[in-house]
Design a binder for this molecule. Sequence first.
Ligand code: ZN
Length: 397
Amino acid sequence: MSRRSKQRAAREAAKKHPKLFAAVVIILVIALILGVCYYFFIYKKKHPAPAGAPGVVAGSVAEIASADLSIHFIAPAVKASGDSALIKVGNTEVLIDAGPNKSNTAEIADYLEAYCTDGVLEYVIATHSDSDHIAGFVGASSGGKRNGILYTYRVGTLITFDQVTEETALYNDYCEAIEYAKEQGTAVYTGLQCWNGADGAKRTYYLDEAQTISMNILYNYYYEHVSPDNNNHSVCMLLSQSLGEAESKHYLFTGDLEEDGEIRLVENNDLPKVELYKAGHHGSKTSSTNALLEVIQPKYVAVCCCAGYNQYGAAEENIFPTQAFCDRIGAYTDKVYVTIMWDEATDGFAPMNGDIVFYYGKSESEAEKSLKLWCSNNSTVLKDTEWFQKNRTWSGV
Ligand SMILES: [Zn+2]
């Protein structure tokens, strides 16, 4: 039957059975309305656009990519948290950690693709062996091929942790990924080798030709000693930027270092006041202790966590970012930013600030240089967010 004769037959059927025809039309319209409602009110809420997707970044990529220095905290599209930070200086990139799950690797890779356009990460730091920090280095496996960052990017120098509390299956996969990277020419050193300048490793790596921006591996007591808490094994790094005339700015990354590790970090290193501090251990009550904060006095703080998500069946006092963390950090700054939050209604994640990027604009004169902030979702400080006002109290500055 031709299309035209089909249409004629349908018209005749409608004339013969007008009520039946009207009922079918009404059912179809109701189904369409229900479908649209489901998509917008249920499906989209359960499947929000990943905060780190390149589409969300678009618009600011060019400005940020051309900055003298940009520091990115990548928001994973998952309610469990993790750490993944990118530092970009010209064509030199440093990736610190790649969390939180093997299945999130593609999102981290998508984000990197916008900024690392030559497929080479000059430096990678793996702070410690917990999955929310190294899973993305290994990645998911499909058809015998892994999509982990160590398999898909060429890595110049990889700085890894010295100790593990436990040799997990993921840790073994990570060791395999490191062997693969070595075969491709990656130089692999531990935090301790860097500190000691041993076997070709360096304590300080310059990220630009003019040697104004340096990545300094700090001394952590737990490079040489095993801690029952794996977080204490974190490789710690101070990024320093010379802005001429004896002025320098500093940015501190301590992975998931805990209280004991922080106290020793302060004792063993001459730490300066810092512009930016990546909150230790996702804003836990056992990190960002007064011993560290009174020395570094951070102006800006980025917390890589899913605010309010009870990831480990934890007691309220352990849910990130913790009240204890907020109380301590509040004495120094209210410029605290958080990547994602738990959305109770959908039991999923929602962006909080989203991807958080600190950078220096290219066009400014040396004298006018100031740290700029760009977030993929919004740039509301933690204490002013709806989540904070419902769940925490602020007693700080
Ligand atoms: Zn962690």
